[in-house]
Design a protein around this ligand. Structure first.
Ligand code: MLT
Length: 267
């Protein structure tokens, strides 16, 4: 992992292979290791893959009490500047999709195309805000153990839970390594995220939306809403996958992503 000192934070990131750039933005409460299969696959197919640990998570350090999607998107822009990447395909999963939407809102000319997985356009309503505040307080009090127990059954599809113990174990380990302070800050940031509903019409870059058929955190209906709102978008639903579809069905996720990206770089 490389490190970039950015204003008040230190951002850790993986930057591998060479070619047109793809930036991968992870979900909560994870880090860039969730993209291992995509980093290797896309790198082997001629792309430069940049995957940061978003502020306060993974190996990135920050003292934020609230890590907003806006700050995370600005970190991504600063990282691209540092790496001399003018434009990239931006791919975000779940919290990473909120950051991706914020990124294209702030810096539309820096994204060649957008990939949104396990995504949602709407901001948090009062109930969601309250629940995120409670989760932030709980994670500071009790650490990530209860988060792992509560989230695992929702993050993964039934077949993954039953048949892929290595994936289950690596997701659990990734959650347990997360810094509670960073997790709480990210929860507060997600509570405050922008509602992108009315921005969707303005997104004119090619967009791929991917959903796990069994995802109950960000359901296929959320993906459908994005698909209907973003003019130049296509939608792919992956079976036997839930929220962490890229880890559960890496071959399918990689193939769908590569086909989309190849098409974009041809144009
Ligand atoms: C994620 O995977 O990033 C989270 O589940 C997002 C969320 O809590 O909305």
């Amino acid at each position: 992992m490389s490190r970039l000192n950015l204003r008040e934070i230190e951002l850790a990131y993986d930057d591998s292979s060479s070619g047109p750039a793809i930036v991968l933005l992870h979900g909560y409460p994870f880090d860039c290791s969730m993209w291992r299969e995509q980093i290797d696959f896309l790198g082997n197919h001629g792309y430069r893959v940049v995957a940061p640990d978003l502020r306060g998570l993974g190996e990135s350090k920050s003292r934020d009490e609230i890590a907003t999607m806006n700050a995370m998107a600005r970190d991504v822009e600063a990282l691209m500047d540092e790496l001399k990447i003018d434009r990239a395909v931006v791919c975000g999963l779940s919290m990473g999709s909120y950051v991706g939407l914020e990124f294209v809102h702030l810096f539309p000319s820096r994204a060649q195309a957008l990939i949104l997985a396990g995504a949602r356009a709407q901001g948090a309503d009062a109930l969601e805000k309250k629940s995120r505040q409670e989760q932030a307080e709980r994670v500071l009090r009790e650490g990530l153990g209860p988060v792992a127990d509560a989230m695992l059954p929702k993050l993964l599809a039934r077949r993954t839970l039953a048949e892929k113990p290595d994936i289950v174990a690596s997701v659990r380990e990734m959650i347990l390594r997360t810094n509670p302070q960073g997790a709480a800050a990210a929860q507060r940031g997600m509570a405050a995220r922008r509602d992108h509903t009315s921005d969707l019409l303005k997104i004119d870059m090619p967009t791929l939306i991917i959903a796990g058929r069994e995802d109950t955190i960000r359901a296929p209906d959320d993906a459908d809403f994005l698909h209907r709102g973003i003019r130049n978008s296509r939608l792919k639903i992956i079976a036997d996958a839930a929220h962490l579809m890229n880890m559960e069905q890496p071959e399918l996720f990689n193939r769908v992503t590569l086909d989309f990206i190849v098409g974009e770089f041809k144009n």
